[in-house]
Design a protein. Structure first.
Lengths: 929, 421
């Protein structure tokens, strides 16, 4: 009855959320530089000028453009972008037409002059506004000149011609040494000699050439070769702005880039995916990607390529977040209002990252609007959230802040009234604050703070609270000569406080905290020949207090137990270079010297060599003073990636990555539980180290609107941490006596097909992956599963994800998800016996069986309000159905003794369709996501 | 809405350790679409492993060792292992031989004086197939006297209805000795008295039958054919049958250690809960708590087994532990043996609770007047029929359903237990 009542309650009104969206997130800070959609960019131009653009939405759907300043819309940038996507532009009387296919010829070409500007595109107008003049200036750069060499009449088709010439600085007339000319069609390049001279041997014909020189603006020409002749090229000095550098490093091209096992998802994409509570949740979205699995619905964290959840690093603006869940994992501790996009590295992890084995989940937040204030927010049954941004100093300093909070105690009181859990309550919030300021043209300062907090109290048995707190201060600087630096200080703290008060005589409390201070500097240098050099260093100081178990209350007889404190220092020193080895072959090679020092004060046990670590094998106990290094670990981590381009739209990539990790989670449960502690490696516990080799093939079809990739990988991890049976981490026994270290082996294939433009967008992914652990020490107590390898808890061989979004009209669209995964492994009882008046179970080999497969279909419909341009606000309805099939997906299978017989049960978490309806509205710029 | 109640059951869960919180369940029920339903996994394996269930307890009259084989989950008959030679040897070389009575049950009466605290005992079994199993030596720890056993009236939740109701939660205070074991176990024997609403004075236990020839029946106003007629057999009841006693061993392992405590006392260790709605608390209820002092080995063995039973299904479950018996096959040490041989002294304490817990009519027993003339029982109802005479002058006999008179129909025994006061 109750289920039904609440179900209806849920269906009808529970999740009516009202996010108040307002203005466009006009990102304009140097470097912040997110990509914005071309559509948005064009709209920006329309708003600021009299130009009117004509195009079909789906031609430009998937195109994103990077802009330094949204105030100066440059047609140059636009043309270039369109050209990259095989689109043309034609301008007539302030009407701009964008169209695919062949260029329209608007003038009769004149080949008689040697050098001339082919004025493509649009006509100039008199009486221009300032903004419009900007476009015209942009236009000039955009036009591609046609240079012709030789005499048309002497042209003989098969005869090779010598094109020679020199390249000079336009301003000084100085010859440029080592400038490069690259002939795109032939994929050959040549550099000028000491006199700035070059020679090219070409057959008559039309070529596209690119001329490059350090600190000069790249020039692009069409070269019409008739016969041998001379060609003089002048280049213009260019001040490379910081943001442009970032454009290069931030731009990830599916086929051309070096990235492997890499996904970047923007807020817009997230919005379109149906979600269980109708709320955007980045971690749940990440679980739709190939190679990312979770133990079950409602568990926190995820497993990347068969690795445990503590091998993922979560950064929000450089702040590491140790616990990403709210309310046991049903929500994620990042407010959707503040997230701009996230990047997940699971294969080739850039050398600037270290410290985790499986993945880096890098969340970047909104940067704040430097020109206008704007706010957005929402109300849902569980939380209300609000974010606000605007200038502190126009065009220089911006502030952005967000706050999300659950309604205090509402949640469990609600449950309590149905399920007789008295005195239970739960509450959480998360908040961010960011300030960005530009000082001069070359400096950018960013300050960012983050906090999340959870508290719950279950039936008076257990009081629990935890929080993440962090802040980062970043200074970005642009040096002359294409060097940028990014220096930051990061502070992060995670703590929890737990009070067990079920039995007054052993009621006790425990306070855990981990604190880290990090200083890091990242440097980027882009040189001639497209060498992209990164180097830097980082140092992290960890201060960990595993807490004291103290008696709680007057009646408690609990003996205080100190779990001790730990200190450690992790350092990294890295360098990497990315460059073109051969015309079609690019290489990214990096090395990270990673080290860890386990620091005193502390007492460590020394055990007899070769014997299992227990209280009987302690040989000696050593005391270390404050700051004294008890153990030093050093790992040179090599990361190499290769990209061989098979053609414009396809490439083959391969990579090798070694990573090391110096901190792990003490968790012997299948899902991460809220009071699992992080622990540093130490004198007796060796750091886990992983090696991953992967290879893949990448293809783009239909003007990049369809992207496919197929990756295979093999990863093996040494010193993986597993737990002895009945391990209890809150006992005074040292951790090394309770853990075992083994080997993990994972391998898999991931296939991804993505459609980025058109009315129908989305992706289909399939992953096959296996993950095995073996713990086989010499002594019996050092073996798990008798030393035989067993599937890890998150070994799910087959996984299919389908995400589809179909726009039927401008006001109506629907989307759906389909998820299939093999059931997770489980250890079943295979026999029972009777002892001491009780039935007991005898279990199979570890993880020998599997729970039933997981299948889920979600559906959502989005109905937009009217499309009038002038209105108070824009609104839309979203109807979300989670688990449309109502399949009872098993979270776990277990047995209970009932009437002297064992009965098997299946626990499903979302066992019926969950329907949520939300009404959303936004003010101001209706194009904002 | 059974699913939900099962969730509730989890929440009320017995005190879980800090590491394996059951937090999850309230949240699951919040989402409300969560459910638990019966499911039978397909398990193909089939193993029958030697199981030894036995102990040597000082203070127990008969020592017993059960030897069986484990069975598949869905089976119910344990396989007795017969004709074994079973003995227990102490560290002084004294041997105590066991004899098989019931199939697979080996017993021995050992004088208490022969069982000495702090001596170690070892179980040796030889099967007819020639396999020899030996346990590690187990030290007999002394269980300190039980300090106090008491109860509080507390609220709990029913498994069968979603209502909250009150009942008794029993607790024990432990006063351990400075030296001696830090690990304890309690077992509970429950006994309760039942009382029926009516006292039976007579019982109709059947009928004698005879054949009546065809005749005219004036009431029916017609000729009736030859028929069988019953005459009731009535007996007088001398022994009261309206009150009886029921006993059972409470299922559940109550384990506690005092490692983390300063001193040797631990108060308010929770034992079992008895619902106020249960028949146990209607008249008088008694428990006998037996306390044992354990070795670390057997404590850990049971503790892990208990965790498995309690935790299954939750979100923060651990992998089932590889519990290792202290009994090994000498010829084949790799053979998995189940169960744990243990030893301790026993201390016990009995307490009573005088009911009723709730002043309510427990039985649905409408009474009616009884006519004992033969024609009233043409074809014999279900016997026995109990009745009492309410008014001897008018011979008014009152009856009701048999279960309203006869306590034995509720599973009790009429024999008053020796200890009952």
């Amino acid at each position: 009855m109750i289920i039904r009542r609440l179900y209806i309650f849920f269906v009808i009104f529970l999740i009516l959320s009202f996010p108040l969206y307002a203005l466009i997130p006009e990102t304009s800070l140097l470097s912040a530089i997110p990509q914005i959609s071309l559509f948005k960019y064009i709209t920006g131009i329309e708003e600021n000028s009299e130009y009117i653009f004509f195009f079909k939405d789906n031609w430009i759907d998937s195109i994103e453009i990077q802009v330094a300043d949204t105030n100066t819309f440059s047609i140059d940038v636009l043309c270039k972008k369109l050209d990259e996507n095989n689109l043309n532009i034609y301008v007539e009387n302030k009407n701009v037409f964008i169209y695919p296919g062949r260029k329209l010829v608007t003038e009769i070409p004149d080949y008689k002059t040697n050098n001339f500007h082919e004025k493509i595109s649009y006509q100039e107008n008199n009486g221009l506004t300032d903004t419009e003049r900007n476009y015209i200036q942009g236009k000039k750069i955009a036009s591609v000149e046609v240079l012709s060499v030789g005499n048309k009449n002497n042209s003989k088709n098969d005869q090779k011609c010598m094109v020679s010439g020199n390249i000079r600085d336009e301003a000084t007339g100085e010859a440029l040494i080592g400038a490069t000319i690259y002939v795109e069609e032939l994929e050959i390049g040549i550099a000028t000699n000491v006199d700035g001279e070059f020679k090219l041997v070409l057959k008559p014909g039309k070529y596209k050439i690119l001329v490059n020189y350090i600190s000069m603006r790249q020039k692009e020409y069409y070269l019409q070769v008739y016969s041998s002749g001379r060609l003089n090229i002048e280049m213009k000095k260019e001040l490379i702005e910081i943001d442009e550098v970032v454009i290069t490093s931030g731009h990830f091209h599916h086929v051309k880039g070096m990235q492997m096992g890499f996904e970047k998802i923007s807020t817009k994409t997230m919005k379109e995916i149906p979600m269980v509570m109708g709320e955007k949740d980045i971690i749940k979205v990440a679980q739709m990607l190939p190679g990312v699995e979770s133990v079950g619905e409602g568990s926190s964290g995820f497993n990347v390529r068969g690795s445990s959840a503590d091998q993922n690093m979560f950064y929000i603006n450089k702040i590491p977040v140790y616990n990403t869940s709210h309310l046991f994992g049903f929500f994620t501790s990042f407010s959707p209002d503040i997230v701009n996009d996230f990047t997940l590295y699971k294969g080739h992890i850039p050398v600037k990252f270290g410290g985790r084995l499986a993945s880096v989940f890098d969340i970047s937040t909104r940067q704040g609007n430097k020109k206008k204030f704007f706010g957005q927010g929402g109300i849902s049954p569980v939380t209300s959230h609000f974010s606000f941004e605007g200038p502190l100093q126009k065009n220089k300093t911006s502030v952005v802040t967000s706050l999300r909070s659950s309604y205090s105690d509402w949640l469990l009181n609600r449950i309590g009234s149905f399920n007789n859990i008295k005195n239970s309550n739960a509450f959480f919030y998360d908040a961010t604050l960011g300030i960005n300021t530009e000082i001069g043209e070359n400096n950018l300062f960013k300050v960012f703070g983050y906090r999340s907090f959870d508290r719950f109290n279950i039936s008076g048995y257990n009081k629990y609270e935890y929080s993440n707190t962090g802040s980062s201060v970043t200074w970005k600087h642009q040096f002359p000569k294409s060097l940028t630096s990014d220096i930051s200080y990061v502070y992060s703290n995670y703590m929890f406080n737990n009070i067990e008060l079920k039995n007054p005589s052993d009621a006790h409390s425990n306070k855990y905290s981990i604190e880290q201070h990090e200083i890091k500097g990242d440097f980027n240098f882009t040189s001639l020949n497209n060498h992209s050099l990164c180097f830097g260093a980082s140092g992290i100081l960890f201060k960990l207090n595993r807490g004291d178990l103290l008696p709680y209350g007057d009646e408690s007889h609990w003996i205080p137990v100190s779990l001790g404190t730990e200190n450690g220092m992790e350092g990294g020193l890295y360098i990497s270079d990315e460059f073109r080895l051969l015309p079609r072959l690019s290489l990214s090679a990096g090395l990270r010297f990673s080290f860890f020092m386990s620091l005193g004060p502390g007492k460590v046990n020394v055990y007899y060599e070769g014997s299992p670590k227990n209280e009987y094998s302690i040989k000696d106990t050593i005391m270390f003073d404050k700051g004294q290094v008890s153990r030093f670990y050093f790992n040179p981590d090599m990361r190499v990636a290769l990209n061989y381009r098979l053609g414009d739209n396809s490439s083959v990539k391969a990579s090798y990555n070694k990573l090391s990790q110096y901190i792990f989670m003490l968790s012997n449960t299948i899902a991460i539980s809220p009071n699992d502690q992080w622990k540093l490696v130490d004198y007796n516990i060796r750091p886990p180290v992983s090696h991953q080799v992967s290879a893949g093939i990448y293809n783009d079809f239909f003007n990049n609107s369809i992207q496919t990739s197929l990756e295979i990988y093999h990863k093996w991890i040494n010193n993986i941490i597993e737990y002895k049976d009945g391990a209890d981490f809150i006992s005074p026994d040292p951790v090394e006596m309770q853990i075992l270290q083994g080997i993990q082996n994972t391998k898999g294939i991931e296939f991804m097909l993505k459609k980025k433009s058109g009315n129908l967008t989305g992706w289909l992914s399939y992953a096959y992956s296996r993950s095995f652990i073996s713990v086989n020490g010499p002594a019996y107590e050092e073996k798990i599963n008798n030393g035989k390898s067993y599937p890890s808890n998150y070994d799910k061989p087959h996984s299919i994800n389908l995400v589809l979004n179909n726009r039927l009209s401008r006001r109506f669209s629907y989307s759906c998800n389909f998820v299939y995964t093999t059931g997770r492994p489980i250890t079943y009882p295979i026999s029972k016996y009777y002892s001491e008046g009780q039935e007991f179970l005898y279990y199979s080999k570890r993880n020998k069986y599997r729970i039933p497969d997981y299948i889920r279909l979600d559906f959502s419909v989005n109905i937009e309000g009217n499309l009038k341009k002038k209105k108070l606000m824009h609104s839309y309805w979203m109807i979300n159905i989670y688990n449309l099939l109502g399949r009872k997906n098993a979270y776990s299978v277990f047995y209970e003794v009932e009437d002297n017989a064992l009965q098997g049960y299946r626990l499903s978490i979302f066992a019926r369709p969950i329907i949520t309806i939300s009404w959303n509205f936004k003010f101001g710029n209706y194009l904002s996501e | 809405m059974n699913e939900n109640q099962r969730v509730v059951k989890k929440i009320t869960g017995k005190g879980k350790s800090i590491n394996t919180l059951s937090f999850m369940f309230p949240v699951l029920s919040l989402l409300l679409t969560c459910c638990i339903d019966p499911f039978s996994p397909d398990v193909s394996e089939h193993v029958n492993l030697l199981t030894v269930d036995g102990s040597i307890i000082k203070g127990r009259e008969t020592q017993s060792i059960n030897i069986t084989k484990s069975i598949a989950i869905n089976e119910s008959e344990f396989i007795a292992v017969e004709n074994c030679r079973v003995k227990v040897v102490d560290d002084q070389g004294n041997e105590f031989l066991f004899e098989e009575g019931e199939k697979g049950v080996y017993t021995s009466k050992i004088d208490d004086e022969k069982l000495v605290i702090n001596r170690s005992y070892r179980l040796i079994i030889e099967t007819p197939k020639g396999e020899r199993y030996e346990s590690t030596p187990e030290i007999m720890h002394e269980s300190p006297p039980i300090d106090t056993v008491y109860y509080y009236i507390e609220e709990d939740y029913s498994l069968n209805s979603n209502e909250e109701f009150s009942g008794l939660r029993f607790y024990i205070d432990l006063k351990a000795k400075e030296e001696g074991s830090r690990y304890f176990r309690w077992a509970i024997d429950e006994t309760w008295q039942l009382r029926m609403p009516y006292k039976a004075e007579y019982a109709i236990i059947g009928d004698s039958q005879y054949i009546m020839p065809p005749h005219f029946d004036p009431f029916l106003n017609k000729e009736v054919p030859r028929r069988l007629v019953a005459d009731p057999i009535i007996i007088k009841i001398d022994e009261p049958i309206h009150t009886c006693w029921k006993s059972q061993v409470f299922k559940g392992l109550f384990l506690e250690n005092i490692l983390n405590l300063s001193g040797n006392d631990k108060e308010k260790i929770p034992l079992h809960f008895v619902s106020g709605k249960s028949e146990k608390l209607r008249v008088k209820y008694s428990i006998n708590v037996q306390q044992y002092a354990l070795s670390e080995g057997v404590f850990n063995y049971w503790q892990q087994k208990k965790v498995e039973l309690q935790e299954s299904g939750g979100l923060y479950t651990t992998q089932p532990a590889q519990t290792i018996s202290n009994i090994v096959n000498v010829n084949n040490p790799d053979e998995t043996v189940l169960g744990y041989f243990w030893t301790s002294t026993k201390s016990e304490k009995r307490i009573y609770y005088d009911g009723p817990f709730e002043n309510k009519i427990f039985y649905d027993c409408p009474k009616e007047e009884l006519d004992t003339t033969p024609s009233a029982f043409p074809w014999g109802p279900s016997y026995p029929i109990y009745y009492y005479i309410e008014n001897p002058y008018f011979d008014i006999k009152i009856t009701a359903l048999a279960r309203c008179f006869d306590c034995r129909m509720h599973g009790g025994t009429l024999e008053k237990p020796e200890f009952w006061d």
